[in-house]
Every structure is written in C-alpha cells, then in structure tokens.
Design a protein around this ligand. Structure first.
Ligand code: KIV
Ligand code: ZN
Length: 506
C-alpha cells in the first residue's frame, strides 16, 4: 500500500512562543529553526511579524538563514499585518503568508464586532492582497469548530476563489471531540468542493487533552496538513504535539496508510533543544519524549523486555534518536574525531570554526572524562549563543565561607572593553549577580533560578536558567559550563544580553 504524505506545519516558534514566559531572541529562534529543518518539517511558522520588532527580526532571520523548508509568517486579515508579514518572509527560499480571521458568531459579536457579510468580504479581499504578494498563501478561519458550518464553507470558498493554496480549519479553543471533528471536516469537504484542490490543514488546541486525537480524526477525514508544536507547546494547554502525531503515523502506518517527511531520529534532540531554550520542562511521563517514555520500572515489564523487547515496547527508543549515538570523546580525542562527531550531529564546520570548537572542547575535556553526543550538542549550542552576545563574562572570583559575607569580583567584556564589577553581600550566587549588575550598570532582579545536570556523573555539565527583571520586563538566560557557578554567572549575563537587545540596557 502506498502511504499518503501528510505535511507537518510546525508552529513552535509562533503559537508555542505565545506561551507565558517564553521569549526567544532571534538567534535562539534561528537555532531552533535550523533544528526543525534538520528534523524535516515541511513548514516553519516562524512568528507573528507585526506583533513586535523582535518577532519581525526573528522571522526575517529565519527566512534568510534556514534553508530547505517553507518559512511562514502569521498576519491578521488586515492590510498592514499582511504587508509586514510579507516583508519578513520574502527572502525565504519558500515564503508563505498565513492570514486569518474569526468565523464564529461569538468572536464576530464580541471581539471583531463585524457582521458575517463583513467577515466574508474581508477574508476574500485580504487573501487577494496576500496572493498579490506571495504565491503561497494559507488562510485560517479562527474558531472554525464553533462556527456555523454553512457560513464557514462560504468563507473558505471565498478564500480559495481568491487564490489561497492552503485552508486551515482550527479548533482554536480545544472544544472538539475526535469523531465530531472528523464529521465536521468531512462536512466541509462536501459543502466546499474546491477544498479538494488545495491543501486542507487542521490546527488543534489541547484544552481537553484531545489535540492529537482530533488531528488524527481530521487526517482520516481527508486533511493533509497538521499544525503542531514540539513538546505540545502553545497557547493555554498548548497545540497538538508534533512528536506524538508523527510517531502515531509511523507506528500505525500499516493501519493509517499515511507518512511524513520527518526524520524521527531527530525528535529527541529537537525536544531537548526546545525545552532548554524555552525553559519549559518536559514532564517525565510525556508520550514519546518524556524521560520515562521508554523506561521499564516494574519487574514483570523488565523481565518481559529482557526476554523480547516487543513484549512491552511498541516503539524503539532509537527511532526517536535516544541513546542511538554512541559518540564518546575524551581528552585524547583529536580534531578529526571531533569533526566526525559533529558531522554525525549534522553540523559541518569550516577550518576556523573547527579550530575554535576544538579549543573549547579541550577545555571541557580536561575536566570531564567522557564527552557524549548530548554534551557535544549542548557545547555547540553554548558556543553559538556566545557568538551573538554583546556582553561576555571574561572572569570571576568569588570568596565564600560560612564565616564571612561573600565577596565577588567580575570582569565583563563589552565588545573588547573590560567592565569591572564587585560586590559584598548576601549568598555567593547573589554576590555574583550583583557584581555583574555593578559592571554593566544594571539593577536586575532575579525572578527565577533553575540548575540541572545535563548528563549523569559528578563531572556532568551544569546548565542554569535564570529569569531577570530589568526595567520592569523579564528576560531569560540559559548557559552551560562544567562549573555550576560559572554557568550561573553566564546565564545572568545572557539574560542581560537579551535585555540589551530589547533596549532595556545600554
Ligand atoms: O488557534 C488558532 O486558531 C490560531 C490561528 C491563528 C491559526 O492559532
Ligand atoms: Zn492556535
């Protein structure tokens, strides 16, 4: 049986980024965008360009720098939004404008304050504008599942008549149930014959925990694109989780007869990167990417798996890229081994980059016995993020004891200029953060602090994430080091860099 291809439209960087507390800078967005391209998604929805200059910059940067994938910008059905979205995506290899308007009466009456006729007219006119700018236009009918099916069909027909190439039918508030949603989608195919000439997409929210089930019901009813996010990120309870949809289609391919272009062995790495940069932990029992998703705790299960893996496992951990790579480097590994290991991670380095990476690798390898693929992946990310920082931690010295007040001195580098800072107060961590504030001239307020070991062992790399309030706004910073004190200082400096990018630090 030949499998029908389902397009994976990833909205981690748009709907996912709308989750409270997530605020990725443009460099972090590109880092995630590149990993999404490596994962093999068909479309990256990179942001909502009109919403802020930072969002515009992130979308534009992804459009310029991430290749081999469609890059999409979101726009309300408003002329200014559409023109700005086009400006942000126009340099992509494959640009897409995604424009939307609500179609449910509750939204029309209370939010848009428009009549059905006005919405119908606006949808057609704005799709026509988008089509005059870009060949690839997606139209979404927001709150479709609570809309009158006949009115929805009229709006979708108008959008198709004006040239929309993808029609998205979202369950914006996560209210639908699978069988009902499948029937709803089939109904739209009947009412709107032109749907068979375009890509039909769904975008399901997870308020009742049904986003993945609803997406599958829609696929069975004829949808050929699903909108989803890594780790199920998104507004409120999130969007359908990309990894769950993909692995269901993969594991049950014989029954469903659908396939995607996703390279499933990149799933685990993508999930880790998104979790690291957004600060949203993955629950241990989360399907597919949770820490325990492939762990067998009970004796009976362990016994069964040892005798025959399929007794209790329907998927193999290696299929999502977990424990698949046996890269282990150490202090005796040479430049060649590092280059090969990087290539296995999908990262190719030129001569100069390799020299820099090798120098950094040696520093860590001197202190840490074994460097695994996960360590390498984190070290590469850390190096990338350092390159985009204006402020850098040059050195620090903390004196701390149970007997006296900690003192700290730091030197921060700002584009080649050394900024010294010192402090005497509080705990040793507080003292470092205050010394950094002294050097930069900020008065940051620490709102959150989390530290974790990247892998096991006493010599594990430490990763720290902080959220710092500067001038009334929160900025996050994540950093990595073999020393958790250094990781903390670097994370604080990274948050200051994010405040600088937003204009809150001079
Ligand atoms: O949930 C929703 O309806 C959306 C649209 C913008 C597609 O996010
Ligand atoms: Zn949404």
């Amino acid at each position: 049986m030949t499998s029908e291809r389902i397009n994976i439209f990833d909205t981690t960087l748009r709907d996912g980024e709308q989750s409270p507390g997530i605020n990725l800078n443009p460099f972090e967005k590109v880092e995630i965008g590149e990993q999404l391209a490596r994962l093999g998604v068909d479309v990256i929805e990179a942001g909502f360009p009109v919403s802020s200059p930072g969002d515009f910059e992130g979308v534009e940067k992804i459009a310029r720098e991430v290749h081999g994938v469609t890059v999409c910008g979101l726009a309300r059905a408003i002329e200014q939004d559409i023109r700005i979205a086009w400006d942000a995506v126009r340099e992509a290899e494959h640009p897409r404008i995604h424009t939307f308007i609500s179609t449910s009466d509750v939204h029309l009456e209370h939010q848009l304050r428009k009549t059905r006729d006005q919405v119908l007219e606006t949808a057609g006119r704005m799709v026509a504008l988008a089509v005059s700018l870009c060949d690839d236009v997606e139209f979404s009918a927001m709150d479709a599942t609570r809309s009158d099916p006949d009115f929805l069909a009229a709006v979708l027909s108008a959008a198709i008549a004006e040239g929309a190439t993808t029609i998205n039918i979202p369950d914006t508030v996560g209210y639908a149930m699978p069988a009902e949603f499948g029937t709803f989608i089939r109904g739209q195919f009947e009412k709107t014959p032109a749907l068979k000439d375009v890509t039909v997409s769904v975008h399901c929210h997870n308020d009742l925990g049904l986003a993945v089930a609803n997406s599958l019901a829609a696929i069975e009813a004829g949808a050929t694109q699903v909108e989803c996010a890594i780790n199920g990120l998104g507004e409120r309870a999130g969007n359908a989780s990309l990894e769950e949809i993909v692995m269901i289609l993969e594991t049950r391919r014989g029954d469903l007869g659908k396939t995607t272009a996703i390279k499933t062995t990149e799933i685990d790495r993508t999930s880790r990167l998104v979790s690291q940069l957004t600060g949203y932990d993955v629950q241990p029992n989360k399907a597919i990417v949770g820490k325990n998703a492939f762990a067998h705790e009970s004796g009976i299960h362990q016994d069964g798996v040892l005798k025959e893996r399929t007794t209790y496992e329907i998927m193999n951990a290696t299929s999502i890229g977990r424990s698949q790579s046996d890269i282990v480097l150490g202090k005796h590994s040479g430049r060649h081994a590092l280059k090969a290991a990087m290539e296995e991670l999908g990262i190719s380095l030129d001569e100069e980059e390799l020299n820099q990476a090798f120098a950094n690798f040696k520093k860590v390898a001197d202190k840490k016995k074994q460097i695994t693929a996960i360590d390498l992946e984190h070290l590469v990310g850390e190096e990338l993020r350092e390159q985009s920082d204006i402020y850098e931690l040059r050195s620090y010295e903390v004196m701390s004891s149970s007997e006296f007040i900690p003192t700290c001195q730091v030197i921060i580098d700002k584009e080649g200029r050394e900024l010294p800072g010192k402090s005497f107060s509080g705990g040793s961590m507080e003292s470092i953060f205050m010394a950094i504030d002294d050097a930069v001239g900020t008065q940051g307020k620490l709102k959150d602090y989390q530290a974790r070991a990247v892998t096991g062992g006493k010599d594990a790399l430490g990763e720290v994430r902080v959220v710092v309030e500067v001038m009334g706004e929160d900025y996050a910073g994540t950093a990595l080091s073999i020393d958790v004190v250094e990781a903390s200082a670097k994370a604080y400096v990274r948050a200051i860099n994010n405040a600088y990018r937003a204009g809150a630090v001079k």
